[in-house]
Design a protein around this ligand. Structure first.
Ligand SMILES: NC(=O)c1ccc[n+]([C@@H]2O[C@H](COP(=O)([O-])OP(=O)(O)OC[C@H]3O[C@@H](n4cnc5c(N)ncnc54)[C@H](O)[C@@H]3O)[C@@H](O)[C@H]2O)c1
Length: 358
């Protein structure tokens, strides 16, 4: 089998994490990287070690795309650059995995959906929580019908504050799309996917109460929301809620996901203890169910999710699998996050029907 030639656009934290996940794969060769900054390029060199020889290095992703060096690229540049980089990538026949959020606004996401539908090459959005082993196992158990008809989804993320990024791009909502778009698109994608429906109404309460309050860059104070409650109603009657705190390092888990049906409930956690907890109403039993991890070839920073995501992406590029996280999923994950920010700003329920999705 010919090796798939990979390029990585943006070699900061996540770009290098993708490189580390690609390294153990023997059907892949990393042929090109691009980043406007020297230091992240040196991180890529360090990450690749003796596999750096032969890698073409670019300061501008357009030169990488024109070089004929790659069959597939990963976009891991800051959120606010995704749209412009995607515009360039989607006009080629190069397959692409774009990190989340697909774009920072609904209108940019809608434009990308249209662009991606006009081409044959794979366009995949990096909403990788679907591939966290415990969450993937929860999705399988749910699909088996074990808890009856799904009614409620709740997700709690209690974690540490945002890390420092290259040029501090993540300190401003204008760059990230806002916390509920930037990172919570992962959770809204899970809600959308698990509910099997479209969101109709969003109500959120949140703010910036603890983190980054003293941080000023070029005379501007950081404006990053650090906690929120978000409720989402779905067209099929499923209800969902997110409980986010980014000043809660002291908890047992970073994420907890609970789905409740009319016959039982399933609890998953990340990192968790390697089990799901499956409860049945009929006999009030709770079963512990081991989480399989045989798909995970490299644990990395994300409990194996990035590795599994990349394997599925590669399968789709080779024609051995379908696109599992497409641009429509990317759009809808941003729609819920953007609606939640609007709800907080205007202190009201936001109806999805009032948003411009075309
Ligand atoms: N899947 C996940 O859970 C996850 C986790 C972290 C970050 N991310 C996403 O990955 C992306 C990168 O985040 P990060 O944490 O690596 O940030 P980072 O600041 O560490 O890296 C971003 C890199 O992009 C470079 N860059 C800036 N403009 C560029 C351009 N036009 N073309 C190419 N490179 C450019 C910067 O120099 C920097 O090296 C973001 O979209 C972020 O949301 C996803």
């Amino acid at each position: 089998m010919e090796k798939l030639r990979f390029g990585v656009i943006g070699t900061g934290m996540m770009g290098c994490e993708h490189l580390r996940n690609l390294l153990p794969m023997d059907d892949v060769v990393i042929t090109a990287v691009s980043d406007p900054n020297d230091e992240p390029l040196s991180w890529a060199e360090m990450t690749l070690g003796d596999r750096w020889a032969g890698v073409s290095v670019f300061k501008d992703h357009r030169n990488l795309l024109a070089s004929d060096a790659v069959d597939a690229v990963i976009i891991a540049s800051p959120n606010h650059t995704h749209k412009a980089v995607l515009d360039d990538v989607l006009s080629t026949d190069i397959s692409v995995l774009v990190e989340k959020p697909m774009c920072t606004t609904i209108s940019d996401c809608s434009a990308v959906v249209k662009q991606s539908q006009k081409r044959d090459a794979v366009t995949w959005v990096g909403l990788e929580y679907r591939y966290m082993p415990s969450i993937a196992h929860l999705l399988n158990q749910l699909a088996s019908g074990i808890i009856g008809d799904l009614k409620m989804i709740s997700i709690r993320e209690h974690r540490f504050p945002f890390l420092v990024k290259v040029d501090n791009w993540n300190r401003f909502t204008a760059n990230t799309g806002g916390t509920l778009v930037e990172k919570c698109c992962h959770f809204f994608d899970l809600m959308n996917f698990v509910s099997g429906s479209r969101p109709t109404r969003v109500y959120a309460s949140g703010g910036q109460d603890v983190n980054h309050l003293d941080e000023v860059y070029n005379g501007q104070r950081s404006d990053i929301l650090d906690n929120a409650f978000v409720t989402v109603d779905y067209a099929n009657g499923v209800r969902a809620m997110l409980d986010l705190s980014m000043f809660a390092e002291g908890g047992r888990n970073e994420q907890e996901l609970v789905v409740v049906g009319d016959a039982g409930k399933i609890e998953a956690a990340v990192p968790g203890d390697g089990h799901l907890y499956i409860g049945k109403r009929a006999d009030r039993s709770v079963r512990t169910d081991p989480v399989p991890t045989e798909d995970v070839g490299h644990m990395g920073f994300h409990h194996g999710a990035s590795f599994v995501e990349l394997r599925r992406f590669i399968d789709a590029v080779r024609g051995d699998g379908s696109v599992e996280v497409d641009t429509t999923a990317g759009l809808w994950s941003v729609v819920v996050g953007a609606a939640a920010h609007l709800s907080i700003a205007e202190q009201r329920v936001v109806h999805i029907s009032e948003l411009e999705l075309n």
